[in-house]
Design a protein. Structure first.
Length: 281
């Protein structure tokens, strides 16, 4: 018979990792019959023993007696299953291996999907995987799967996804983690001004709502033709300020210009067309 990890029952906690494991007989053993009875519900023995202990402590004789009878019945059933070869008691105190995570959806997907390679386990085998986001105090049971799509929309910024394998004896492996960044917003360009103009040059200033790499396109028509990166960039009050000094311009001439801003995730915003006139000579 081959052990069937998907139908096992943990009868004790991690400190005594003995697992009652159901075995699924092969077709040759069963003559093609369906797998044997599930024994998962026998986990309740642990609960019953606790009820029995509590009733005994409180001096409730009937409840105490019922607890003893049900516990004896369950024990008889368990040992009967073991004796018949339907189930077995397995010792397992070795945690599963650590998976390797891959993020399988495009960057900036705020409900990302992750996949990981199947963990290996000595003893009872991997029962399920648990996942976590940003160190949350609750680990979510993902099931016996190797892919998971996060259930809620994540905010822009840095996040850390973790996954760990848990075997049928409740041993949890070391978690694997993957840190990634989500940026769903395009830069906002505002406060575009020309604070100074001369015969042959000018200064253009503007702000963006996030850290960006900027450049100015300019020319004597709205087709521009020349591009130059911002030469001054600094963090100002609640914004990122940028400036550029244009030189070599022609006096008394109308120039068109626009600003391009690209954020760290490659999202680009292009401003509308602006214009200025250089000082006559
Ligand atoms: Ca194990
Ligand atoms: Ca952005």
């Amino acid at each position: 018979m081959e052990p069937n990890p998907s139908a096992t029952c943990v009868t004790t906690g991690p400190t005594r990792p003995h697992t009652l494991t159901r075995y699924a007989r092969t077709d040759s053993e069963t003559g093609g019959a369906s797998p044997l009875l599930r024994v998962d519900t026998l986990c309740s023995m642990v609960v019953l023993s606790e009820v029995h202990r509590e009733a005994s402590r409180k001096g409730e004789p009937m409840r105490h007696l019922m607890g003893v009878l049900v516990l004896l019945l369950c024990l008889t059933l368990v040992f009967g299953l073991v004796a018949c070869g339907i189930a077995d008691i397995v010792k397992d105190d070795v945690a599963p291996s650590t998976p390797t995570i891959t993020k399988t959806t495009p960057d900036n997907d705020n409900t990302p999907t992750f996949s990981w390679n199947a963990a290996t386990d000595d003893g009872t085998g991997v029962d399920h995987y648990e996942v976590n986001m940003d160190g949350g105090w609750i680990w979510l049971k993902a099931g016996d799967v190797t892919t998971y799509t996060w259930y809620a929309e994540l905010s822009d910024g840095s996040h850390t996804f973790e996954v760990k394998a848990v075997d049928n004896a409740r041993n949890a492996g070391t978690a694997a983690s993957l840190t990634f960044t989500i940026d769903t917003t395009f830069p906002i360009i505002s406060s575009v001004t020309v604070p100074s103009i001369t015969e042959t040059g000018c200064t253009i200033a503007w702000t963006t709502n996030e850290d960006t790499t900027c450049q100015v396109e300019y020319g004597t028509t709205a087709a521009y033709g020349t591009s130059q990166p911002a030469s001054i960039n600094f963090l100002c009050s609640y914004a990122y300020c940028h400036m550029i000094n244009l030189t070599g311009l022609t006096a008394d001439t109308t120039y068109h210009y626009r600003v391009r801003a690209i954020d760290s995730s490659g999202k680009e915003t292009i401003s509308r067309d602006y214009s200025f006139v250089t000082v006559p000579s």
